[in-house]
Design a binder for this molecule. Structure first.
Ligand SMILES: Nc1ncnc2c1ncn2[C@@H]1O[C@H](COP(=O)(O)OP(=O)(O)OP(=O)(O)O)[C@@H](O)[C@H]1O
Length: 226
């Protein structure tokens, strides 16, 4: 039986007395972009963290490729984590400042036991090329790249794990308007090519309308009619 790539039912995230996500349900298919849109504090990032199981939800179900994640231990989650990758807002903050870009992109291959000294370096160069970065960028550190280049490097690192779902938490919000379109076009091309599902979190309604197949408008942890 076919199932959505990601199926979230009645998700609840609380921080003490604050209910950040209040019985939210949605699904994302392969090759589809679902956007969560809404003002600061409406629960978008809390939803992203709960989907990724980086913060365990207080209630609800998160099914990824048909498998319920909320009951799994960290050990059981480990083999699934490469398949659902985050891309965060701050391109500099999501890469280690001392690590060369080439090593940052190679790291997931090494961690997941897919590094082969014979073709690993070529795979890294291929990933850099796929996100529109010159191979020379691989020798630099994050602060030696522009914000847009750095975000592309973060996307290359996410792709190194061969993900099926990208959780994109405000991926272009820290970028100048002039480089935003380039990164969004890259994400659209990657989706077409690889059939990736995107959970796209963005407070900018114009960007969301342009980029997403479907939009959930959120207020206070809940969907509101658009
Ligand atoms: N670690 C935390 N501890 C306590 N409260 C938190 C924590 N993280 C988020 N919150 C609260 O949960 C609610 C939802 O926050 P969340 O960051 O998920 O919203 P958001 O829509 O992503 O906002 P932003 O765009 O500003 O990041 C807010 O009221 C916020 O103050």
């Amino acid at each position: 039986m076919s199932h959505p790539l990601l199926d979230v039912r009645d998700l609840v995230v609380r921080y003490g007395p604050v209910t950040a996500v209040d019985h939210l349900s949605f699904s994302v298919d392969a090759g589809e972009t679902l956007a969560l849109n809404g003002p600061s504090g409406c629960g978008k990032s809390s939803t992203a963290l709960a989907v990724l199981q980086l913060r365990r939800p207080d209630a609800g179900e998160v099914r990824f490729e048909g498998r319920e994640l909320t009951y799994l231990t960290e050990r059981e989650l480990r083999p699934l984590r490469p398949r659902m990758q985050p891309v965060f807002q701050d391109p500099y903050g999501s890469l280690s400042p001392r690590q060369r870009i080439r090593d940052a992109v190679a790291e997931p291959l090494k961690v997941h036991g897919r590094w082969n000294p014979a073709n690993g370096p070529a795979r890294v160069t291929e990933l850099l090329d796929r996100v529109g970065l010159d191979p020379s960028c691989g020798d630099r550190r994050p602060h030696e790249l522009s914000g847009g280049q750095c975000q592309r490097a973060g996307i290359a690192r996410a792709l190194a794990s061969d993900p099926r779902l990208l959780v994109l938490d405000e991926p272009v919000s820290a970028l100048d308007a002039s480089v935003r379109a380039g990164v969004l076009n890259l994400l659209a091309d990657l989706q077409d090519e690889l059939g990736l599902g995107y959970l796209f979190i963005c407070h900018d309604r114009a960007v969301v309308r342009h980029f997403a197949d479907r939009v959930i408008e959120m207020r206070e942890g809940r969907p509101v009619p658009t």
